[in-house]
Design a binder for this molecule. Sequence first.
Ligand code: HEC
Length: 107
Amino acid sequence: MKKLIVAAAAIAGLAAFGTASAAGDLAAGKAKAQAVCIACHGPQGISNNPEWPNLRGQKAQYIIKQLKAFKAGTRSNPLMTPQAKLLSDQDIENVAAYWSSLPLCNK
Ligand code: HEC
């Protein structure tokens, strides 16, 4: 059963990566993520703060949707909204490609 879940996660990860890499630039996303996002979301995309979500291995489509929602003001948070407003649509595609490309921890 555990093997099945790991395999399913790997396939899902590949699918998300495949989708994201069409639009997002992984290297540019990594540079932006390491300059900005890791301050709160952790160097590996695992946050230490209970109110700050993990980004590692998250679906690219979901990351893009949330960042656009913060930018548009339909989702709001005093810490995250200003961060999203600094990102161009291309930055959003890039950071989503990067965070989604990192494998989930296999615990
Ligand atoms: C100053 C701290 C801070 C920085 C820097 C920051 N974030 Fe966030 N982020 C947050 C907080 C806090 C939340 C939780 C917001 C909430 O509770 O709605 C969040 C939420 C998110 C979410 C929603 C996650 C979910 O599961 O719904 C995404 C996606 C996200 N951040 C991406 C990023 C990216 C990409 C960067 C870098 C470009 C970044 N963040 C930089 C603090 C930060």
